[in-house]
Design a binder for this molecule. Structure first.
Ligand code: SF4
Ligand code: SF4
Length: 170
């Protein structure tokens, strides 16, 4: 049999609910009219999508086609085809299928030339699956559309280096 709620408890609960409503009635809303208004992303934010970078001094692609990112990717969604000319390696083709990316950042962390970077952006909405297959052209275009996140491969590799033992002065 259902337990009978006493009138006193009912009145208390109603008053409490009214109190909460009144208390919050004059408060500023915490929500914003996204996407018309956007909150600034945290400084160390990285994610969303990726870019392949270009050396601003030479205008050359930084990717040397070494395939390290392809080998480390746990989702196996990167495919790099390498070619060699002009004394260095190049990515003849580069595909990253964003559909299965778990945003682990390992591809960025192992890159020896800061060629692949995550971006300081979170907006990559699309209704078409094919938009999530990023080829070299799309990845290079992303580099022009968005800022790279602070955490490039070389910076992250330096952070992981073991600290040198401090010299004890006598
Ligand atoms: S972030 Fe992780 S899952 Fe995504 S492409 Fe890079 S290595 Fe693969
Ligand atoms: S993006 Fe970096 S790790 Fe991947 S193939 Fe190019 S140089 Fe190598």
């Amino acid at each position: 049999m259902a337990k009978k709620v006493s009138n006193t408890r009912l009145v208390k609960a109603t008053l409490l609910a009214l109190w909460f409503t009144l208390k919050n009635l004059l408060r500023k809303p915490v929500t914003i009219q996204y996407p018309l208004i956007k909150r600034p992303l945290p400084e160390r934010w990285r994610g969303g999508t990726f870019a392949l970078t270009i050396d601003p001094e030479t205008g050359e692609e930084n990717c040397i086609g070494c395939k390290l990112c392809e080998k480390i990717c746990p989702s196996e969604i990167i495919t790099v085809e390498m070619e060699k000319h002009s004394g260095r390696g190049w990515a003849k083709s580069f595909i990253l299928d964003l559909q299965a990316c778990i945003q682990c950042e390992l591809c960025v962390q192992v890159c020896p030339t800061d060629a692949i970077v995550m971006l300081h952006s979170m907006e990559t909405p699309t209704t078409r699956r094919e938009d999530l297959i990023l080829d070299k052209d799309k990845l290079e275009a992303n580099g022009k559309l968005y800022h790279a996140a602070w955490a490039t491969g070389l910076k992250l590799q330096r952070l992981h280096e073991p600290k040198k033992p401090s010299v004890i002065s006598r």
